[in-house]
Structure formats: structure tokens, C-alpha cells
Design a protein around this ligand. Structure first.
Ligand SMILES: Nc1ncnc2c1ncn2[C@@H]1O[C@H](COP(=O)(O)OP(=O)(O)O)[C@@H](O)[C@H]1O
Ligand SMILES: Cc1cn([C@H]2C[C@H](O)[C@@H](COP(=O)(O)O)O2)c(=O)[nH]c1=O
Ligand SMILES: [Zn+2]
Length: 201
């Protein structure tokens, strides 16, 4: 579990924290947990998510277990910099959907003394690095990789397997569209001609 530094320390040090992993791995829950603790510490917290991510709510970050926290939708990474005056902590969810400018933005924010906590998918449905996530992990002070449970064999899952034949990288969806799989089940699934879920395989 991630433990914060002393928030009452006289030095206001900015940091970059990345929480990453597959779908259903608990990224959003961990982001919400850290942000709620910062609020308990009476810190000024702002949360952003990409405007195109409206699966559950337009103005909230919501986990698969319906844990929620208020957030502002933004169109691109430079808006985060413009909107973030006088805050202690910034949370960013679904960071994989932002432009690569997000890397420079979070470095600037951390250098201004802000704690930046980012959650996002490390890999797309093909198992390839997703958007700005590799760069964000490179500049981060702390990276936490969380795992789901493979729905086919019960092992630790790090892949988000797409259940349809659609090839575009960005395709919003939930359990009807993706399943978390371990390496062994993911490798079998992408080789198999049928893309539908084959439990126990
Ligand atoms: N196969 C699975 N493995 C782990 N958690 C799952 C799975 N399917 C559903 N969940 C639920 O998803 C929750 C995590 O949701 P969330 O934090 O929104 O994940 P993420 O943001 O990584 O997609 C878990 O606490 C659990 O209740
Ligand atoms: C793998 C993958 C996922 N997506 C979409 C599907 C969901 O809408 C989000 C991920 O949400 P979560 O909070 O991590 O569960 O991303 C996508 O567009 N493309 C992909 O390759
Ligand atoms: Zn498996």
C-alpha cells in the first residue's frame, strides 16, 4: 500500500505518482483512496479526466465498484496546467487517453510543488504501450502496478483483452467489451480465431 510523505513537512515538495495496470485492476479505486486521504488532510485537491471518457458520469471519476469522486472533464493536457492554480494535489484518471503533452505538464506541476497522482492503462488491447503512459512512468517518482484477476484461470491479470474484432485503439467499454487476462490466457486468446470469452480455456 502506498504511504504518503508527511503533509505537514515545511518543504512543499512536488511529486509524480503513477498507478497503472489492466482494466479492473483497481487503478481508479487506488486513485480515489489517495485523493480522499489528501482531502482528509485538508489539502486542496483537483481531479481531471479526459472529456471523451463519459462511461459512468461527466463530472465524476467512478470505479467499477461505483466508488466516486467529483472531477472536471478536460479536452487536452494544457487545460490541466491552466486550471490548476493554488492546489496541493492533482488527480488525473484515464491518463492513457491524453496527448503526450501531459508528460511535460505533470513535470511542470510537480516542479511547482504539487503532488500529482495519475491513473491509467499501461497497455492497450494488443498489449502495446498506451499513449503517454510509458513517458509518465519514466518521469514519475513512484509507480504502482496493480493487477486484476484473470477471468479464465484465476491468476494475476495484466492484460485487457478486447472481446470484439474492432481494431481502433480507443474503444470505450466495460465487461461486455473487455476481460482481464493473465499472460498465458491472453496469448492463447489473441491467437484463437474466436474473440469471444472462453472460460476455463
Ligand atoms: N476480474 C476482476 N479482477 C479484479 N477485480 C475485478 C474483476 N472484475 C471486476 N472487478 C472489480 O473491479 C474493481 C476495480 O475497479 P476499478 O478501480 O474501477 O478498476 P480500474 O480503474 O483498474 O479499471 C475491483 O475492486 C473489483 O470489485
Ligand atoms: C484496453 C483498452 C481499453 N480502452 C478503454 C476501455 C475503457 O473505456 C477504458 C479503460 O477503463 P478502466 O478504468 O481502466 O477500466 O479504456 C480503450 O479505449 N482501448 C483499449 O485498448
Ligand atoms: Zn489466465
Amino acid at each position: 500500500m502506498f504511504i504518503e510523505r508527511d503533509v505537514n513537512s515545511p518543504k512543499k515538495l512536488g511529486t509524480i505518482e503513477v498507478v497503472t495496470g489492466s482494466m479492473f485492476s483497481g487503478k481508479t479505486e487506488e486513485l480515489i483512496r489517495r485523493l480522499k486521504r489528501a482531502k482528509f488532510a485538508r489539502q486542496k485537491v483537483e481531479i481531471y479526466k479526459p472529456a471523451m471518457e463519459t462511461r459512468f458520469s461527466e463530472d465524476e471519476v467512478v470505479s467499477h465498484d461505483e466508488n466516486a469522486i467529483r472531477s472536471s472533464p478536460v479536452d487536452n493536457s494544457s487545460n490541466i496546467l491552466l486550471l490548476s492554480g493554488n492546489v496541493d494535489v492533482i488527480g488525473i484518471d484515464e491518463a492513457q487517453f491524453f496527448d503526450k503533452g501531459l508528460i511535460e505538464v505533470v513535470v511542470k506541476l510537480a516542479n511547482m510543488g504539487i503532488r500529482v497522482i495519475i491513473a491509467g492503462l499501461d497497455m492497450d488491447f494488443k498489449g502495446l504501450p498506451f499513449g503517454p503512459m510509458p513517458g509518465l512512468m519514466a518521469v514519475a517518482d513512484h509507480v504502482t502496478k496493480v493487477h486484476a484477476i484473470c477471468v479464465r484461470c484465476g491468476s494475476i491479470a495484466q492484460f485487457s483483452h478486447r472481446l470484439s474484432e474492432q481494431e481502433q485503439v480507443v474503444l470505450l467499454g466495460e465487461k461486455e467489451a473487455y476481460e482481464p487476462l493473465c499472460r498465458s490466457c491472453f496469448t492463447k486468446a489473441i491467437k484463437s480465431p474466436s474473440k469471444s470469452s472462453q472460460k476455463g480455456g
